[in-house]
Design a binder for this molecule. Structure first.
Ligand code: B1M
Length: 228
């Protein structure tokens, strides 16, 4: 395969190439394109949205339509994660004062973690102390972490229609253990929406990482004002 000189591409072409290489699961190329984009001073948000997430969206469509299968999607995910490691320092560096603590995890039965990790990084960048519990997280682990870290926010992510109901199981267990009123519950993930969040008794739904940060900050302020 002919090697592409990323330096010779315009910003738009570079981002498009990054998305194409992500689709093809070419980790090294995606990393090189991300390095080039960073060295040009492109914002991490633009690199994510117009390069990586754009590529992953096409992966998702072709996965749904049976054009791509699990092994190819895993390669694309690996490439995305490698690029996210380069963006991590840019997304998490902050001079913002500490706002609060968030415990976050992907719910039991679900191993998708790219979006959840993005939320975690952006929350860190906004001044939150983030405790990331990883994937396939059972209710007991969420509850123990909320108690141990005196979390202000519990964030749950689910990417499957079959795992989203587990969020309600966690909320019910928070209630029975007396923790529900002590923590703000935020939920997110591609198959969720606002109505679902209300239905299961969560405090907030965020459609993406940027909205998650905005809502988290607003809810913390609200709670501080109410307790003042
Ligand atoms: Co999966 N998968 N997958 N997959 N996968 C989806 C979710 C799917 C929609 C694909 C499709 O059919 N189009 C589909 C779900 C269908 C459904 O339930 N309705 C699906 C399926 C079916 C499956 C398997 C069942 C496939 C199989 O085995 N036959 C299997 C399930 C495994 C399991 O979890 N038990 C499976 C496996 C996998 C891989 C392992 C191959 C891989 C995951 C790798 C990884 O995460 N480490 C994978 C991937 C990559 C995807 C797609 C293609 C991409 C997901 C992604 O990373 N997007 C996905 C298609 C899609 O979503 N369109 C798909 C990029 C990421 C930045 O966006 O995750 O949406 P997203 O996160 C966003 C927001 O959702 C939001 O903010 C994020 C950043 O802006 N957000 C939150 C997320 N969590 C939040 C929490 C918050 C707030 C906001 O507050 C706490």
């Amino acid at each position: 395969m002919e090697e592409i000189d990323f330096k010779s591409l315009s910003d738009e072409e570079l981002l498009e190439q990054m998305g194409d290489d992500l689709y093809d699961g070419l980790s090294d190329e995606v990393v090189k394109a991300t390095e080039e984009a960073i060295s040009r001073g492109m914002s991490p948000h633009r690199i994510l949205q117009e390069g990586l997430v754009a590529g992953m969206e096409i992966v998702g469509e072709d996965f749904r339509d049976g054009v791509l299968f699990v092994p190819e999607v895993m390669m694309a995910a690996k490439a995305m994660k490698a690029a996210m490691e380069l963006l991590r320092p840019l997304l998490t560096q902050t001079n913002a004062p500490k706002v609060g603590t968030m415990v976050i995890g992907t719910v039991k039965g679900d191993i998708h973690d790219i979006g959840k990790n993005l939320v975690a990084m952006m929350m860190e960048g906004a001044g939150f102390n983030v405790v990331n519990l990883g994937i396939n997280t059972p209710a007991e682990k969420f509850l123990a972490a909320v108690e141990e870290h005196k979390a202000d926010i519990l964030g749950m992510s689910a990417m499957l229609t079959t795992t989203m109901p587990y969020m309600q199981v966690v909320i019910e267990q928070l209630k029975t253990s007396g923790l529900r009123d002590k923590v703000i519950v935020m939920v997110g993930g591609a198959p969720l929406n606002e109505d679902f969040a209300v239905e299961i008794g969560a405090d907030a739904y965020a459609r993406d990482a940027g909205v998650a940060v905005e809502k988290a900050k607003a809810l913390i302020l609200e709670r501080k004002a109410a307790n003042a």
